[in-house]
Ligand binder design. Structure first.
Ligand SMILES: *Cc1c(COP(=O)(O)O)cnc(C)c1O
Length: 460
């Protein structure tokens, strides 16, 4: 497991000492010491925390979970001794300045010279702000997102009292352009949510094509790149995927989650608007001009009030070590995750045990079905292999997806509208590429064990 080394604690202690020195002139007022009771409690916590999957280990190749980088963990811990609140400058001057810089680095990565934006508790709240602004700019008009978009969009629309329209996806999981155009003609759509990297399968909606439709139909475009946003730095995407990413600068708003692919602890999402003047919508009864002022309080452009300044400190520190530059280490790590997904997909495609979907992985999510006579049995076997793999210390995920994502005729009896339970793997750690052989061996062992047990049943 990726345990922090003694060196980690040494460096942290040194930095903590540095920080404490600046307040050393104050009369001493020590924090409550950790006594015997605290030691017992901490040990109890450690035991309770055993009840988790080993998320940080490369053999955890299931859900969208990536350990924070040690520098993020150290910087967060350091900031916790101050516990800044980025709502107002009085609550965290240094961490607010770091947030402004860190958010500008994200905007720059997306090719925006100008922006309005800030960190949030996560992607959900960041998307809420995007749709809240969208609703103000197009009152009464509908929010539209594909049936593969994150379920948060229909829920947020309901919270905001905005109508919501679902757009069908095609057989690769991308938004169906013909269906979108038909809806633009017949419905009152104000904003289209374009997902660059769907959470279930990593499909990338064709933003470049959707932009062409914007020339004919007037609508706002919100890019939900909570999971996939950082892949804009990867140089090895397919031309079609690349074209969608290259169109990002023309969107109206973007959401990205540094706590997904940005090596941050949970509690770090980000919302960006291309037009800084939307800041006027946040105005509450504070007397000064917000966005020309050098002394912007982040709480004046955010719906959330108190927010962890430590999140901004951790993100800023991580960006200093691993800048968002094409070809740099951070970008290479994303490229290797995509490469790992292609490699696993290649092995799955040539295996007799499994069936792969029509589309190759666009980012770093792979999903596959178990080869069997009918879709019900395939779904049941996926569940068995999932359990059996865990007994081999390989932790995968399960996903229920539309059968139409697989080549037609795979399960001739199944209706086009049916779903199937698949195995799924998010290969988001840079180490995953080097671990593919290990992952593969455990997966095929688990599959052989599960399928062998079921074969007699399958034959009858
Ligand atoms: C994860 C995700 C969300 C929700 O973000 P949280 O950080 O979990 O609140 C929204 N949209 C997409 C595309 C996501 O991947």
């Amino acid at each position: 497991m990726a345990e922090p080394s003694n060196k980690f604690f040494q460096l942290l202690a040194q930095a903590q000492h540095r920080l404490d020195e600046s307040f050393a002139h104050l009369p001493s007022s020590p924090a409550p010491p950790l006594d015997e009771a605290a030691v017992t409690i901490l040990n109890e916590v450690a035991v309770k925390l055993h009840d988790n999957y080993p998320y940080a280990h490369p053999l955890y190749a299931g859900q969208m979970l990536k350990p924070p980088h040690p520098i993020a963990r150290a910087a967060y811990t350091l900031a916790m001794s101050v516990n800044p609140n980025n709502h107002a400058l009085d609550g965290g001057r240094a961490s607010s300045a770091m947030e402004i810089e860190a958010v500008a680095a994200i905007a720059k990565m997306f090719g925006w010279p100008e922006h309005l934006g800030h960190l949030t508790g996560g992607g959900t709240f960041a998307n809420l702000e995007a749709l809240w602004v969208a609703g103000h700019l197009a009152p009464g008009k509908s929010i539209a997102a594909s049936d593969q978009a994150h379920y948060t969009h229909s829920r947020i629309s309901s919270v905001l009292g905005l109508p919501f329209t679902e757009i069908p996806s095609d057989n690769t999981g991308r938004m169906d352009l013909l269906a979108l155009e038909a809806l633009l003609q017949t419905q009152n759509i104000g904003t289209v949510v374009v997902t660059l990297g769907t959470t279930a399968i990593g499909a990338v909606d064709p933003l470049d094509e959707i932009l062409k439709l914007r020339q004919r139909y007037n609508f706002r475009i919100h890019v939900d790149a909570a999971y996939g946003g950082y892949f804009t730095l990867a140089s090895n995407l397919s031309p079609q995927t690349r074209a969608a990413y290259d169109a990002i600068p023309q969107a109206d708003s973007i959401v990205i989650d540094p706590h997904k692919h940005g090596l941050q602890p949970y509690g770090c999402g980000c919302i960006l608007f291309r037009d800084p003047s939307v800041g006027r919508l946040y105005k509450h009864d504070s007397p000064y001009t917000y966005f020309s002022s050098k002394d912007l309080h982040l709480g004046e452009i955010s719906l959330e009030c108190s927010r962890a300044g430590a999140s901004a400190v951790a993100l800023w520190a991580t960006q200093q070590l691993l800048p968002y530059s094409p070809g740099g280490t951070f970008a290479q790590n994303l490229e290797s995750s995509h490469q790992a997904a292609l490699e696993l997909h290649r092995r799955l495609t040539s295996s007799p045990h499994f069936i792969t979907p029509t589309a190759r992985p666009e980012l770093d999510i792979v999903f596959w079905a178990v080869n069997s006579a009918n879709s019900q049995l395939s779904s049941a076997l996926a569940q068995q292999i999932f359990d059996e793999a865990a007994r081999h210390d390989l932790h995968l995920a399960l996903a229920t997806v539309p059968i139409r994502l697989f080549p037609s005729g795979t399960w001739p009896q199944a209706e086009q509208t049916e779903t199937i339970t698949c195995l799924r793997s998010v290969l988001m750690k840079p180490e995953h590429l080097a671990w593919i052989e290990q992952i593969w061996q455990r997966l095929t062992a688990a599959a052989s064990a599960s399928i062998a047990v079921n074969t007699p049943w399958e034959l009858c």
